[in-house]
Design a protein around this ligand. Structure first.
Ligand code: GLA
Length: 416
């Protein structure tokens, strides 16, 4: 059956097999995706009579898509508007088996909303679940994967978050790649966000990073974020503790995801908001806000739209940062970034205080202690106020900083 004329085909098959036969390779998410998602702030509010401005409905997503543009978020890179759980009817269409968006809350279907989002120059994301049901109990994809991938493409979806409730974790290693392949074979480029490792880590299993990298553009590593500083710090701790297994696998097109930005809600102070933003920048994390964009106070909006911090997050090298050391309850987090000068990286360095004793805590490091050993040294600027130039520092120099309790100081060390 394979004659001489089929040699190129055989070669192609062989190359595909050597590459695992199924690389995602959709050319998307070369930088950590930025956008807005409903879950953390709006959860599963479905009563539109009682909560007309908050229920999961066409109106909510139109309004926040408009605000992404009018409030200046689009200008700094926020792009994806993502519907999380609770958008579906409880049953599939009984003739076609297709998923049906809630008839009351999305009366015109999803194409109309997708058009509106696209007309704003933004992209459209949608949540589903690998199992029999979504986490909130709506129909999942498991028995209808090809149909659902096709339906997503027909709804002009640009980003899919695939959750993992009501599923066997042992099926995920084949099921998630399979759904990714089906998305790809629709011909519509869709960013693919996988929750599979979060479910594995719950069972104490080590995620299959090589496979994730090959099949997903981003993946939720761990537990859900809640609206509290404690929750932010637990996630940061998880990323710190597990960094050696996680960090090497992040890069352009494939990112670890510590979950949504909660800035602009109820749980974080101004300084704690800076902390989440700084560490998400160090971690090369997707910057997906979940808040009510009409309610974000100007000073918090300033943090969310800080171009210098966003530039760290979106740095073209795409190297995820790590927790470098802990001293006197101060953590130092560090990420290599551009510009690279004569082979030496520049760095974004965050000093995070876990201290709760009232006075801002003064601490001093030689640059050598921070593994910053570039011969010509570094010029240092405050990333939250780039006009604040701290001068030039070399390996032997002492770098002094003073951090408020539960606060962050975030600097750019540009190699000279
Ligand atoms: C899971 C996910 C959350 C959210 C909810 C929706 O808990 O981790 O991010 O999508 O489901 O039900």
């Amino acid at each position: 059956m394979f004659g001489i004329r089929n040699v190129p085909l055989l070669l192609l098959l062989l190359i595909q097999l050597l590459h695992g036969g199924s690389a995602l390779d959709n050319g998307l998410a070369l930088k950590p995706p930025m956008g807005w998602m409903s879950w953390q702030r709006f959860r599963c509010i479905t009563d539109c009579e009682l909560y007309p401005d908050e229920c999961i409905s066409e109106k909510l997503f139109r309004r926040n898509a408009d605000l992404i543009v009018s409030e200046g978020y689009a200008d700094v890179g926020y792009e994806y508007v993502i519907i999380d759980d609770c958008w579906l009817e409880k049953n599939r269409d009984n003739k076609t088996n297709k998923l049906v968006p809630d008839r009351k809350r999305f009366p015109r279907g999803l194409n109309v909303l997708a058009d509106h989002i696209h007309a704003n120059g933004l992209k459209f994301g949608l949540y589903q679940d690998f199992g029999t049901k979504t986490c909130a109990g709506y129909p999942g994809v498991i028995n209808h994967m090809a149909l659902d991938a096709e339906t997503f493409a027909n709804w002009d979806v640009d980003y899919v978050k695939l959750d993992g409730c009501y599923a066997n974790v042992s099926d995920m290693a084949t099921g998630y790649p399979e759904f990714g392949r089906l998305l790809n074979s629709t011909g519509r480029p869709m960013v693919y966000s996988c929750s599979w490792p979060a479910y594995q880590s719950e069972l104490g299993e080590l995620p299959e990073f090589e496979s994730l990298k090959q099949h997903c553009n981003l993946w939720r590593n761990w537990d859900d974020i809640d609206d509290s500083f404690e929750s932010v710090m637990q996630i940061i701790d998880y990323f710190g503790k597990n960094q050696d297994s996680m960090q090497p696998h992040a890069g352009p097109g494939h990112w670890n995801d510590p979950d949504m930005l909660i800035l602009g809600n109820y749980g974080l102070s101004y300084d704690q908001s800076k902390l989440q933003m700084a560490i998400w920048a160090v971690l090369a994390a997707p910057l997906i806000m979940s808040n009510d964009l009409a309610q974000v106070r100007p000073e918090i909006k300033g943090i969310l739209q800080n171009r210098d911090v966003i530039a760290v997050n979106q740095d073209s090298l795409g190297i995820q940062g790590k927790r470098l050391l802990m001293k006197q309850n101060i953590e130092v987090w560090r990420r290599p970034i551009t510009p690279k000068v004569k082979g030496e990286y520049s760095y974004a360095v965050a000093f995070v205080s876990r201290r709760t004793d009232g006075a801002p805590y003064p601490i001093s490091f030689t640059l050598k202690e921070l593994s910053l050993i570039n011969d010509n040294g570094y010029v240092v600027q405050d990333l939250f106020d780039m006009n604040n130039k701290l001068g030039v520092f070399r390996a032997e120099s002492q770098f002094k900083t003073r951090i408020i309790p539960n606060g962050v100081n975030f600097y750019k060390f540009t190699a000279l």
